[in-house]
Design a protein around this ligand. Structure first.
Ligand code: SF4
Length: 329
């Protein structure tokens, strides 16, 4: 759909969104499954049938076999749901919800770099592992997809002695490198949200709440990870907070994750680590999806997500390898 048409349609998305339960009932009546990422607005999370991280949502998308999926997240996630459910009508509230990591790794550039690295190493057996935050075209050029929840296991599943190219997140790749002895080469893209947390702010919060524990996402730079008590993907963070009561956590990841923590482990106190200015811990791409746009999307089935068939075949193989990787608890 042309962007100007979308802009015109956005202008008519003025109908206020009903209560989350009403939206879910509407979806039920119309055979629509609503999947939402944990970084979505709380109203959207409450309307969803299932809330999860990228790995959980990919698994859910495979298991549920819904004919209509409204995906509340960013574009690469909806693409993933479409690849895993080629027969389904997958749509999302805003097609322009992107991701700085996905934008930071162009498939043509990756193909060129793979060829360059193979030549430089004098080896054809380079294995490319891509973090799920990338386009379908990049997944199609990769051997295995991973998430923050299974990146280390994905790397360790590669036979010893085989060089690995990890794309696109330089910080997640750096964290994996710190935790394995495999030979890893890194791409250099970053998440605009996780890159902005500051050590000074974390230390100030810790001073104010000396008993609090800091949870940091591995997409954070090393100086932030080094301040943390736990470095975990969103699912790993959730396991920690649901296993505890009466604790205080300073959370260095996208700000809406706190809504999920409060829903699933309300007995703890959560402090969202702020960015350098007030709202910078919210992903601007995720925030493109609003409750009003979700409501519009449910009523119209827009905006549909398509993936080229040839790309989807190869990307699906890499995704299936991700789903097969066992995650250490
Ligand atoms: S939080 Fe970062 S990695 Fe996640 S969608 Fe937003 S820009 Fe991408």
């Amino acid at each position: 759909m042309a962007v100007d048409t979308m802009v015109r349609e956005e202008a008519v998305m003025v109908e206020p969104a009903p209560d989350p339960r009403e939206m879910r009932k509407f979806a039920d009546r119309n055979g629509i499954l609503i999947l939402a990422h944990s970084y979505q607005d709380g109203h959207i999370q409450d309307a969803a049938h299932f809330v999860g991280d990228s790995l959980e949502l990919a698994r859910e998308a495979v298991e549920v076999k819904a004919s209509r999926i409204c995906f509340c997240g960013v574009h690469f996630m909806a693409e993933t749901a479409k690849i895993l459910n080629p027969e389904s009508h997958v749509f999302m509230p805003d097609l322009k919800a992107g991701c700085s990591l996905a934008e930071g790794c162009d498939a043509k550039d990756l193909a060129r770099y793979q060829a360059h690295l193979k030549g430089k190493l004098g080896r054809d057996d380079l294995v490319t592992i891509c973090y799920i935050n990338c386009t379908a075209a990049v997944k199609a050029l990769s051997d295995i997809v991973c998430t923050s929840g299974n990146a280390l296991e994905a790397v360790n599943s590669v036979p010893r002695g085989t060089p690995i190219l990890f794309v696109p997140d330089v910080h997640l790749g750096g964290w994996v490198k710190e935790n394995t002895d495999r030979e890893i080469y890194l791409w250099n893209a970053t998440c605009v949200v996780h890159e902005l947390f500051s050590v000074d702010t974390l230390r100030a919060l810790k001073k104010e709440h000396p008993d609090a524990q800091i949870l940091a996402h591995p997409e954070c730079p090393k100086n932030i990870r080094d301040e943390a008590d736990f470095v975990r993907g969103t699912a790993g963070m959730l396991r920690i907070v649901t296993a505890n009561k009466g604790k205080t956590y300073i959370v260095a990841t996208e700000g809406n994750m706190v809504h999920r923590f409060k829903t699933e482990a309300p007995e703890n106190t959560y402090i969202a680590a702020p960015g350098p200015s007030c709202a910078c811990n919210l992903c601007p791409h995720m925030q493109r999806n609003t409750p009003e746009k979700l409501w519009y999307s449910l009523r119209t089935g827009r905006y549909e997500v398509f993936v080229d068939d040839a790309v989807a075949v190869n990307a699906r193989k890499a995704l299936e390898r991700m789903l097969a990787v066992r995650v250490a608890r």
